[in-house]
Design a protein around this ligand. Structure first.
Ligand code: MLT
Ligand code: MN
Length: 309
């Protein structure tokens, strides 16, 4: 299977529009150690011709223009993007749907809960229902990903819930500590080939490593994992925000409860951070934090990164 990282940054991108943190300044100054990054999404293809987006970021137009495999070819109005699979309803993962507007056929997969959110917001009616099929994706069921004509695209996904939180813009403070979050709000995807052989995991948001999740990904060939923050309070410490990673539904890269520690003994061949916040020092090639993740066997994804499994 072919995978292209379209965007490696968290919501807001890198540098985020209103961020004057030293990290963000280095990117704006054109520092080669600090390349800019768009918001998180990958494109996946079994045949190298027909592509499926995992999440649709606000930067999708730029991501399509930057990646020739996503350019239209052949007919006058066409696209190699045949389906979109969503892992949540966050702004950084759904607003790219508006870029795919009007009369181009593709299938849109999301949990029933996320489909309900999209259906409740009429701006998404720019996706013409005559062309775009919205397919509810039940948790824990194997799904053969198809194009809008029903043809199989050559791989399967198994959506499963991971610890997380409802999208920021859907939080309900009256619904307690978890703001009304339900399992279907934050999912990960296990990707299998057409024969059901596991290929990789896509986990761009995860609040906590559970024994179930660690066991599930053990032995994987490749995982993409939530790399939002290096330390839980880095936005507060650096004076750019008031929220911890815990409050935002993201476990940290470092620390005793962090991702590196949680997967230190796991048997995963390739471990790749994605969804990296504008404050995270692993964004920058010459930082000790980047060295620490690399010394721990992790890669930091970048826009345009290509992987094969
Ligand atoms: C997140 O991943 O926590 C969200 O994308 C945050 C946001 O919507 O800004
Ligand atoms: Mn996000």
């Amino acid at each position: 299977m072919h995978i292209v990282v379209l965007g490696s940054a968290a919501g807001g991108g890198y540098p985020q529009w209103n961020c004057n943190h030293p990290n963000s300044r280095r990117a704006r100054n054109g520092d080669p150690a600090a390349p800019m990054r768009t918001q998180s999404s990958i494109a996946v293809s079994a045949d190298g011709e027909r592509w499926v987006l995992f999440n649709a970021s606000p930067d999708l137009r730029q991501q399509i223009n930057s990646n020739a495999v996503l350019h239209p070819h052949g007919a006058l109005r066409t696209s190699p993007i045949k389906a979109v699979v969503l892992t949540n309803a966050d702004v950084d993962h759904v607003t790219g749907l508006l870029t795919l507007r009007e009369s181009q056929a593709f299938n849109l997969y999301a949990t029933p809960r996320v489909q309900q959110v999209l259906a409740g917001n009429s701006i998404f009616n720019v996706l013409n229902p005559k062309f775009v099929q919205r397919v509810p994706m039940p948790l824990n069921e194997v799904l053969a990903v198809r194009d809008a004509s029903g043809a199989e695209l050559g791989f399967q996904v198994v959506p499963f819930a991971v610890p997380g939180k409802v999208a920021l813009w859907l939080e309900d403070a009256f619904k307690g500590d978890n703001f009304g979050s339900v399992d279907e709000d934050t999912i990960a995807l296990e990707v299998r080939d057409a024969n059901g052989i596991p290929q990789f995991f896509y986990v761009p948001g995860c609040a906590r490593m559970t024994p179930e999740l660690a066991a599930r990904i053990d032995g994987a060939e490749l995982i993409f994992f939530d790399g939002t923050l290096y330390v839980d309070d880095e936005m507060i410490r650096d004076g750019v925000g008031v929220k911890t990673g815990e409050r935002m539904g993201h476990m940290s890269v470092s620390g005793a409860e962090g991702t590196m520690a949680a997967l230190r003994d796991s048997n995963v061949r390739r471990k790749v951070f994605i969804h990296i916040n504008t404050t995270n020092p692993i964004l920058i090639a010459d930082t000790p934090e980047r060295k620490a993740v690399e010394d721990n066997g992790w890669e930091v994804s970048f826009d345009g990164m290509q992987l094969e499994v």
